[in-house]
Design a protein around this ligand. Sequence first.
Ligand SMILES: NC(=O)c1ccc[n+]([C@@H]2O[C@H](COP(=O)([O-])OP(=O)(O)OC[C@H]3O[C@@H](n4cnc5c(N)ncnc54)[C@H](OP(=O)(O)O)[C@@H]3O)[C@@H](O)[C@H]2O)c1
Length: 290
Amino acid sequence: MQTRSIGGRQVGAIGLGGMPMSIEGRPDTARSIATIHAALDAGVTLIDTADAYHVGADEVGHNEELIATALRSAGSAADDVLVATKGGHLRPGDGSWTRNGDPAYLKQAAKASARRLGVDAIGLYQFHRPDPAVPYADSVGALADLLDDGVIQMAGISNADPDQIREANEVLGGRLVSVQNQFSPRFRSSLPELELCAELGIAFLPWSPLGGIALARSGELGADFAAFLDVAREREVSPFRVALAWELALAPVVVPIPGASRPESVTDSAAAAELVLSDDEIARLGAAGA
Ligand SMILES: NC(=O)c1ccc[n+]([C@@H]2O[C@H](COP(=O)([O-])OP(=O)(O)OC[C@H]3O[C@@H](n4cnc5c(N)ncnc54)[C@H](OP(=O)(O)O)[C@@H]3O)[C@@H](O)[C@H]2O)c1
């Protein structure tokens, strides 16, 4: 698979999002492990997770533990995998998502994530979502301390606007390596953040790059976007693959992290790294959401 850089580390241009394997509607463990192994077979070397990817309040880190188990059983095939986890979101067990950007909390959450992942230092740790109750610089300051203390190797942020991207990079002394925001054919409002990342040379990881679990599972990606269906038919590939190839074409810093809970999904998505769209196709797809 072609590779892209996150903080100087090369990863496959298409990653795997772990969320569908641990939240509501998740499959059994065997199918999840098979999905992660299929990702590795397809050349995926970036797996995105979070301590908050779970359902019950008593199973914090469900997805991190699942990924750690799958990577252990994959042996040397997992050697080059970068696991990117996140802290700052919590799930109290009633289906909601709450926030905690307190620096002391984030530091202990990162150490707990490292333990679950079975690593001395987390490859990439991302602050999940700004907490309005805590100054942003204080939350990101925790990541700077975690870097300095060797608890994490690289630092990223998620759900950030352009001002927050600049502020985080400043607080981190220029060590911000990634921004993870929602971006897909259907939800394009983070285009300014994508463009800023391209300008600064920071990796941009579109989350829900297929429009989100419910939409993608319904097969509806292309329903509002005839251009994606047309290109998919012409190329004889899935519209999901076209969507991911289009995102890759927007800037060399883009590394989509499509979620999956079936081996077939991740195998099909991974092949987007090899689908090179023409300038005409890219223009048609760009215009589809205008
Ligand atoms: N930072 C944040 O705040 C945030 C928020 C949301 C998500 N995320 C991250 O972003 C990742 C991706 O987002 P997402 O999982 O919400 O949504 P998504 O990637 O837009 O859609 C995921 C769904 O798409 C289906 N799918 C994937 N590839 C497919 C293909 N080639 N053909 C057919 N179906 C396909 C999968 O179905 P099956 O389940 O049937 O395989 C999966 O459940 C998450 O897993 C998570 O790691 C981050």
